[in-house]
Design a protein around this ligand. Structure first.
Ligand code: MLT
Length: 234
């Protein structure tokens, strides 16, 4: 059996070895949900960057600029981080430069990994089917919120672990925690996640529809893959 473990926050990532592993980056609200949605709507490439200035520089070079901080669009950007923005016809075949509060930072911190894949509830079954035949150890890397653990990314980790029990054995207590969370919530993740901090934050900004959308399962059969500084569909 291969092994699976979970890093619950970017603040802990230095405790994990990434070499020889597939790292699945998850930021349910909303970065990885938006990335998956973009590729499902024929975005060509996404360049994740950690700095607003870099994102604006890429805009000047012809990219669509998508920038979010604290859940809101950054001044000067073409769009924020709503998955609904990633459905636009105008993005078909285009390259999006993307910077977000947590999700793009997690990708930067995972660069040592043998392979970086993007996970969300929206593509979780398709991703699990791919991982089952990978014969590789996996680290699920939760983007969290500014270094803190969050519920939605941890619940995704538990859900993915449950889907991989036939091929991957749990390697650490974070994974056991994530799995038991999911087993508790399995019937209804939206209800279980209703109190989560970022859903509350986004709801106060009247973007409840993003939350409802990001909690849907198995909507898209795409797997964004980070290669040579860009995300492309695997
Ligand atoms: C994040 O990076 O944590 C999210 O993208 C924040 C958001 O979209 O609200």
């Amino acid at each position: 059996m291969n092994k699976i473990e979970v890093c619950l926050s970017p603040a802990l990532i230095d405790l994990y070895s990434l070499k020889g592993k597939i790292v699945v980056i998850v930021d349910i609200l909303r970065a990885t949900s938006s990335m998956v949605t973009g590729f499902a709507h024929s975005v060509e490439k996404i360049i994740p960057v950690t700095a607003v200035d870099k994102c604006l520089q890429l805009k000047a070079e012809g990219c669509i600029a998508a920038g979010e901080r604290n859940g809101q669009i950054v001044e000067g950007m073409d769009m924020g981080n709503s998955p609904f923005s990633y459905m636009a016809e105008t993005l078909k075949g285009k390259t999006v430069a993307m910077t977000t509060t947590n999700g793009t930072l997690a990708i930067e911190k995972a660069r040592e990994a043998t392979q970086i894949l993007i996970g969300a509830f929206l593509n979780i079954q398709h991703l699990a089917d791919h991982l089952k035949q990978s014969k590789q150890d996996i680290l699920i890397f939760c983007a969290g919120w500014k270094g803190r653990v969050n519920m939605e990314d941890s619940l995704f980790a538990g859900n993915l672990i449950q889907l991989l029990t036939a091929t991957h054995s749990i390697e650490d207590d974070s994974a056991h925690l994530a799995l038991s969370m999911y087993q508790q919530a399995q019937g209804d993740i939206a209800t279980y996640l209703a109190p989560c901090a970022h859903a509350q934050r986004l709801a106060k900004m009247n973007i409840q529809k993003d939350i409802d959308f990001c909690f849907q399962k198995d909507k898209y059969q795409v797997i964004p893959h980070f290669k040579e500084g860009k995300l492309v569909n695997l």
